[in-house]
Write a protein that binds this ligand. Structure first.
Ligand SMILES: [Zn+2]
Length: 357
């Protein structure tokens, strides 16, 4: 098998190397006769920490459409995807060497009629424990809760379950060896989940200074999905006639989103990048989230690390392209740390040691 050769600064360190790929692994030992593939800035495979494969706007989509979503993510440089809930059985993706590595969270667990239709396993409190146990078995070490959603009787965002029920759910998942994450827009749902030892918060627009300190202390991660929160003004406008309180809650969360995210960063909360891809229009766009994290105030290396080396380490992968590591990386024509928009144009994508794009 011919070795492949790449040349250029290898991030995050930035030292210039000849990087060779032999049998799916990285080596810096010179390989005579290697085929030179590309020169440029070499970045460890990107990680989409919040994505949904097999999900469209109305629920589960076909296997063909799911495959197109995964290919779009891969071609955008996302070589490891943490799926944050899907009704589809996507285990077949894990048998395909040409598709991104995938960590699944099973199906979202939500309160009855308190989430997007056809997405979640919708349950009442009495059935929450069994649903969590089931999804812990179905996933790859993660369970996804819908922490809060509009309660049409109250006319505002409210937690899906009581703090006691959430604490029990987190314990059941942990006892089954699974970590837990939750969709959380508002504040009220957060204290109980953080106190219960939840592992990650998705969106987290309701975070306050006391809560980010508690997260930092416990090492609770945050995937802020900055691009996705751009839908808040639209949600507020659509809800205004019937649910004015909810509309004003969403408007307020949106207005404070920069301050909220920067307080989490300043407190030391581990942050990761998620595209919230669902439906074909939102796949292959992780680079937009990295740019958005930077525009909102994170330094470029923090924003890119949140979508690459730090996220890889968080999910149990080799963070950097060390000798012997999996050959999952992207080559760019220019330095992404000088201009993150370069991430939209990979010059070469290498997955499991094979040039795929
Ligand atoms: Zn999502």
């Amino acid at each position: 098998m011919t070795a492949l050769r790449f040349h250029g600064p290898v991030l995050p360190g930035g030292e210039v190397h000849d990087l060779f790929v032999v049998e799916g692994r990285v080596t810096y030992e010179h390989q005579a006769g290697a085929e030179t593939i590309a020169s440029g800035w070499i970045v460890p495979g990107l990680v989409d920490a919040h994505c949904h494969l097999g999900l469209g706007n109305d629920g589960e989509v076909s296997k063909e459409e799911t495959e197109q979503q995964a290919i779009a993510d891969r071609d955008g440089g996302a070589l490891l995807v943490r799926d944050c809930g899907t009704p589809a059985d996507t285990r077949w993706i894990q048998e395909r060497d040409d598709l991104p590595r995938l960590i699944r969270a099973g199906r979202h667990v939500a309160r009855t009629r308190r989430y997007m239709r056809n997405f979640a396993d919708e349950v009442e409190p009495a059935d929450l424990a069994a649903a969590i146990a089931q999804q812990a078995r179905r996933g790859d070490g993660w369970v996804k809760l819908v922490g809060d959603w509009i309660d049409r009787e109250v006319g505002d965002l409210t937690p899906s379950f009581s703090a006691e029920d959430f604490a029990e759910a987190v314990k059941i998942a942990h006892d089954a060896g699974a970590k837990v994450t939750a969709h959380c827009f508002g504040r009220d749902v957060l204290p109980g989940l953080i106190e219960a030892g939840i592992d990650c918060i998705e969106h987290g627009t309701g975070l306050t200074p006391d809560l980010v300190d508690a997260m930092a202390e416990r090492g609770t991660a945050l995937v802020p999905t900055v691009v996705q929160t751009e839908i808040f003004p639209g949600l507020a406008a659509a809800a205004e006639p019937k649910f004015p309180t909810y509309a004003s809650t969403m408007t307020d969360l949106y207005a404070r989103r920069r301050e909220t995210l920067m307080s989490a960063y300043d407190a030391g909360v581990p942050l990761f990048a998620g595209s919230d891809g669902a439906g074909n229009q939102r796949h292959g766009v992780l680079h937009e989230e990295v740019v958005a994290l930077h525009r909102i105030g994170l330094p470029a290396d923090v924003a890119l690390g949140a979508a690459s080396w730090r996220a890889r380490e968080w999910l149990g992968f080799t963070p950097d392209l060390a000798e012997g590591s999996e050959a999952d990386f992207i080559v760019y024509d220019a330095d992404p740390l000088a201009d993150l928009t370069v991430l939209a144009r990979p010059a070469a994508v290498v997955l499991r040691g094979t040039l795929v794009g």
